[in-house]
Write a protein that binds this ligand. Structure first.
Ligand SMILES: [Zn+2]
Length: 219
């Protein structure tokens, strides 16, 4: 269980030098299920959550916490006083999942097949035209020409469009990887975490960079 004490006195985890803040002003505790409890420690100017004064309240990082009249508290800053980056690290789970999903989507898109299949009905129309033309007996040359053009051109156009879109795939993958390298980084030191699944990183519990050692989990 993690406890962060907040106040003006230097023995607090998070020290705030501000006349509105009491020596031991408030305490933030993480309980077993990962939620946060904020307690006012009988402070002179009070503790406020989203504008309302509280003595004891469950809070989330999205809440606005204030001490006294206008000393606001940044949740992330509080956690940093304990080298705890778990809240920001948790957000990387989605980054990794999105990246993996997007990569598979790009790699598995077979544009050749898709475009060829889309072109086939037009070729088929041409074939029907040819059959009809022949069955009438005295076929028209113009009709014959139009049908032949359809039969030949439709697959060619299909293959051409497919090739053009397939050529874009390496570029799309490159863009995706570039974005991933910017987003999938240690929330403290900014080091790229590599193409390593989020769950595996979580098991390491902290950043491997020796000058960082940011805690990625609250255990
Ligand atoms: Zn780090």
């Amino acid at each position: 269980m993690m406890v962060i004490t907040i106040g003006k006195s230097p023995d607090n985890d998070y020290v705030i030098d501000d006349p509105q803040v009491s020596r031991h002003h408030a305490r933030l505790t993480r309980d077993a299920d990962g939620g946060w409890l904020l307690e006012d420690l009988n402070s002179l100017n009070g503790t406020f959550v989203n504008g309302a004064q509280v003595l004891k309240k469950r809070v989330t990082p999205a809440d606005t916490i204030r001490l006294g009249k206008d000393r606001s508290l940044d949740f992330k800053e509080l956690l940093r006083s304990k080298n705890d980056y778990s809240e920001e690290f948790n957000a990387l789970k989605k980054v990794y999942e999105d990246y993996t999903r997007e990569k598979i989507k790009i790699q598995s898109s077979n544009q050749f097949k898709t475009r060829l299949f889309q072109a086939l009905p037009f070729a088929f129309l041409g074939i029907i035209g040819l059959v009809l033309n022949n069955s009438v007996g005295k076929g028209s040359t113009l009709w014959y020409a139009i049908c032949m053009v359809l039969v030949i051109c439709a697959p060619v156009v299909g293959v051409y469009l497919g090739a053009r879109q397939s050529a874009k795939i390496p570029r799309q993958l490159q863009d995706l990887t570039n974005r991933f390298k910017i987003d999938y980084v240690c929330p403290k030191c900014g080091t790229f975490l590599g193409d390593i699944p989020w769950e595996s990183l979580k098991n390491k519990k902290h950043c491997p960079v020796s000058s960082c050692q940011a805690k990625w989990t609250d255990e």
